[in-house]
Design a protein around this ligand. Structure first.
Ligand code: ZN
Ligand code: ZN
Length: 270
């Protein structure tokens, strides 16, 4: 595969996500949680491009390693077939266990300083919207591949149809990041919503370390990190000190930004 073919393949696979983000952008004009300037989306689009390309590159190496380890262990432990009546239970088991794994990984990202140094890029957005969805540090998918996805590969041998169905469901991740006034009130434990996830991104100390769920907030309920949003609770988002990337270099080297920033640059970072 030539470099051009590889880039075209990556772009092609990103199309559903881009389309959804575009649609979400239109929907965000309906009932925005806060007024935002279009400019605030630019850095997210840069982050997303770096992340998608980084993910594609890392996947070449880490996925091969992961597959090697899984095959070395004799393949996944539990088969999840997709034929006939097996489809629904297989999909439910795969989705629930992977979402639990995502919850655990997310807790680790907030608890382990080296992981927070990367994950804080996602949280640094002071104008959260659909484009924040893939505002992640480029190395994170590689770490996930050799931890969470490796564990899933050792645990399950899913039919490719199940994996494909989960990939489609995973696009829902755009929704909780949308800049819209939408929550489920007392039923917030059912599914992640923009209001529920906004509390996770909140800049206010009273919201720290809550609502980690990817799809199903029931894991927050089970592990004591659930916080039901108040009726009109849409707090400001971002991290302490409004720490944000100052440019492309800081997007690429986000965990190292303390060293990248020169004293006396005349901004609030130094
Ligand atoms: Zn987080
Ligand atoms: Zn988020």
């Amino acid at each position: 595969m030539t470099l051009a073919q590889w880039a075209a393949d990556v772009a092609w696979k990103s199309l559903p996500l881009l389309g959804l983000i575009l649609l979400a952008g239109l929907a965000e004009r309906w009932r925005p949680a806060e007024a935002q300037r279009w400019r605030s989306r630019a850095i997210n689009l840069v982050c997303m491009t770096v992340y998608v390309l980084g993910f594609a590159v890392l996947q070449q190496g880490t996925a091969a390693l992961t597959v090697l380890a899984i095959n070395g262990a004799g393949g996944g432990w539990l088969a999840l077939p997709a034929d006939g009546w097996h489809l629904l239970p297989s999909f439910l088991v795969y989705t629930l266990v992977l979402d639990l794994g995502e919850y655990a990984f997310h807790r680790a990202q907030h608890a382990i300083p080296a992981l927070w140094a990367m994950h804080s890029l996602h949280h640094s957005d002071t104008a959260m919207n659909a484009t924040t969805t893939d505002r992640h540090f480029w190395l994170e998918p590689g770490i996930k591949m050799v931890t969470l996805y490796l564990a899933m590969g050792l645990l399950f041998k899913p039919d490719p149809v199940i994996v494909g169905m989960y990939a489609v469901l995973g696009l829902y991740n755009v929704v909780p990041h949308m800049n819209v006034r939408w929550g489920l009130g007392r039923a917030s434990f059912l599914i992640n919503t923009p209001q529920f996830h906004r509390l996770h991104h909140s800049m206010l100390p009273q919201h720290y370390d809550c609502n980690f769920a990817g799809l199903f907030p029931v894991f927050d309920v089970l592990f004591g990190t659930y916080r039901q949003p108040g009726e009109d609770e849409y707090p400001p988002t971002g991290i302490a000190g409004r720490d944000v990337p100052a440019g492309m270099l800081e997007v690429l080297a986000w965990p190292l930004r303390r060293w990248l920033r020169r004293p006396g640059r005349g901004n609030h970072y130094s």
